[in-house]
Design a protein around this ligand. Structure first.
Ligand SMILES: Nc1ncnc2c1ncn2[C@@H]1O[C@H](COP(=O)(O)OP(=O)(O)O)[C@@H](O)[C@H]1O
Ligand SMILES: [Mg+2]
Length: 267
């Protein structure tokens, strides 16, 4: 079947330990088709960042991560980085580089392309993200939100098959939260990428992602289409809150939190 799996992401029995402490307890996902945005949701400490880092190959793990039929563990870190772009939760230390240079460096890191082409593609990505005006600014003079957008541009410009974004919206104002989600959706579809992202705001995730994976205590509790798996029971189990799920007249889902659950169900 491998030849029919172009771009498909498969995760089987992914385990991560820090020292003797088990953090991920053998996570398996249903295969994720290219062109879909999957939001990874769960409380603090549930293992979302660890999961993304393990998929990227940046944290030692057991289990399998297969992209388009290729076992990522069989690749060198450089080859793996070419396929999978990972944007960490914490912003990297800033360097005294112009934004456009920083993006060109990212573009040329994994692949030998001409400076002219790297410049053109870097400028295009900045335009797509609506930050063309930042091109000549210096990285160490940007706000946290602006740096986050540049980080996303660095990930996108590399044209990965797998895009892993850890809380890419956390430093952004409301306008850019939606703008970035829209760009991520559009690019994911256009390029046929698999995109996994951690988002804190449940409503943005439900309104802008195709699929969701709910995590708790290092395990995946539910996975599927946003409205197929999001129920008050699942949200009570994952977050320990009582909720109502409503669909607005335009068809967008909305979660209202009524309170906390006193006795949480066992995972
Ligand atoms: N480098 C590390 N060393 C030891 N424990 C860690 C490390 N990174 C994360 N953890 C632990 O792993 C668990 C999951 O963390 P993390 O993946 O960051 O969760 P999330 O992103 O969902 O908040 C937490 O209990 C955290 O304390
Ligand atoms: Mg995290």
């Amino acid at each position: 079947m491998a030849e029919h799996q172009e771009g498909l992401l498969q995760v089987q029995g992914l385990c991560v330990k820090y020292g003797r402490r088990k953090i991920l307890h053998g996570i398996s996902l249903n295969p994720i088709a290219p062109g879909r945005v999957t939001a990874l949701l769960g409380p603090n400490g549930s293992g979302k960042s660890t999961f993304l880092r393990a998929i990227a190959g940046l944290t030692a793990s057991n289990g399998q991560v297969i992209l388009g039929g290729k076992d990522l563990a069989s690749l060198s870190l450089g080859e793996r980085a070419k396929l999978a772009a990972y944007l960490p939760q914490t912003l990297p230390p800033t360097v005294h580089l112009q934004v456009i240079e920083a993006i060109m460096v990212a573009r040329r890191a994994g692949e030998a392309v001409s400076a002219e082409r790297a410049l053109q593609e870097s400028a295009d990505v900045l335009e797509e993200l609506g930050i063309g005006s930042l091109a000549l600014r210096y990285m160490d003079e940007l706000s946290g939100g602006q740096r986050q957008l540049v980080g996303l541009a660095q990930a996108l410009v590399r044209r990965p098959a797998l895009l892993l974004l850890d809380e890419p919206l956390s430093a952004l104002d409301l306008h850019y939260q939606f703008a970035v989600m829209d760009v991520v959706r559009r690019e994911t579809q256009k390029r046929g990428m698999v995109t996994l992202l951690v988002v804190h705001d449940l409503n943005i995730a439900l309104q802008r992602a195709d699929d969701v994976v709910y995590m708790r205590e290092g395990a995946s509790l539910a996975q599927g289409g946003v409205m197929d798996v999001t129920t008050p029971e699942v949200l009570a189990n994952v977050y320990g809150v009582r909720t109502r799920l409503e669909v607005c007249p335009r068809g967008l889902p909305h979660v209202l939190v009524d309170g906390i659950v006193e006795q949480r169900l066992q995972a």
